[in-house]
Design a protein around this ligand. Structure first.
Ligand code: FAD
Length: 287
């Protein structure tokens, strides 16, 4: 199936885009993790959102009720690659793939990301996808920097391939019974190496590893989509949400500050209009 628009990201920007596409009766795919984003759930009081006052849980419940009422469908999954194929995009999710004429990236930003050396060694030992790159580390020692409990099953997967897995959890209560998984309490500060990753520095120690996996809520956009123009952690966009890649749009925190729900929702809608118009124009031209 070739979708007109694929929206990646289950936060408010992605939801707003999907809602708008649903109302337009567009042929859309909304891909993400359910719950409207981890940040929303963490918000003790939602400020600056017209007509809503309350905490993140109440906001999430209101969104859930609307999602159900309007029948906005979420396909659960995390995209690990977006590939421009000329007249359409292919989005990979684990071993599955989806095709769409246009894509909206609404993947948010990871605050506290970008470890020293992370960008430098991307593709040379640094990875964001256990199932995509895990097999490269058969019998080797690797490090995993994990930001949330929900990714722990990826550690189990890696432990079956690698020799030793050093885990640097960014949250409390990480426990494991796996023999070759070693929890490191110290915060990683740098990835070092010559041509490829050779070690991770944490506290006073250096951990010799061949690869470092980052299991985070937000995948850096440039790692998701090759050739995408970024400014630091943000995708460079025009007012209509378009990027340097034709047919690829972005919305929400991933496009830059201010990091606010109302801006994310607004940009989601703008990107939905733009992406849908792009897809329809492309269809007409190729008919
Ligand atoms: C504690 C806290 C309190 C806040 N309080 C407020 C407030 O009071 N008022 C306000 O306006 N703003 C507030 N914010 C900011 C607000 O949360 C963000 O601006 C908003 O969540 C941005 O929405 P988004 O959809 O762009 O990104 P996010 O909410 O980050 O959603 C992005 C989603 O995409 C998913 N994703 C990432 N990569 C992929 C992938 N490869 N495939 C599939 N899915 C992916 C992520 O897991 C996430 O679910 C707060 C933020 C925090 C952290």
């Amino acid at each position: 199936m070739l979708y007109d628009v694929a929206v990646i990201g289950g936060g408010i920007a992605g939801y707003s885009a999907a809602l708008c596409l649903k109302n337009k009766k567009a042929n859309y795919l909304w891909l993400g993790v359910k719950g409207f984003g981890e940040k929303l759930r963490a918000s003790e009081y939602v400020r600056n959102y017209p007509a809503f006052f309350g905490d993140g849980t109440a906001f999430s419940s209101a969104l859930q009720a609307q999602k159900q009422l309007e029948e906005v469908v979420l396909t659960e999954g995390r995209a690990d690659g977006v590939y421009a194929m000329g007249d359409h995009f292919v989005i990979t999710v684990n071993k599955q793939s989806y095709s769409a004429r246009s894509v909206i990236l609404a993947t948010g930003v990871e605050t506290g990301g970008n470890l020293k050396g992370e960008r430098e060694f991307l593709g040379r030992g640094v990875s964001y996808c256990a199932v995509c790159d895990g097999a490269l580390y058969k019998g080797k020692d690797i490090a995993v920097v994990i930001s949330a409990k929900e990714y722990e099953e990826e550690i189990e997967y890696l432990s079956k391939i690698a020799n030793t897995v050093y885990v640097f959890p960014a949250y409390k209560n990480f426990e494991t019974v796996l023999q070759n998984v070693v929890k490191i309490q110290a915060k990683p500060t740098e990835i070092k190496g010559k041509m490829r990753v050779e070690e991770v520095i944490a506290g006073e120690k250096a951990y010799p590893v061949s690869g470092v996996f980052f299991l985070r809520n937000a995948t850096p956009p440039s790692a998701l989509c090759g050739g995408l123009e970024t400014e630091g952690a943000h995708v460079k966009t025009n007012r209509d949400g378009s990027t340097n890649l034709e047919g690829l749009f972005a919305a929400g925190d991933v496009t830059g500050t201010p990091y606010q729900f109302v801006k994310a929702a607004g940009e989601g809608l703008v990107a939905a209009f733009s992406a849908h118009a792009y897809a329809l124009k492309q269809k007409r031209e190729r008919a």
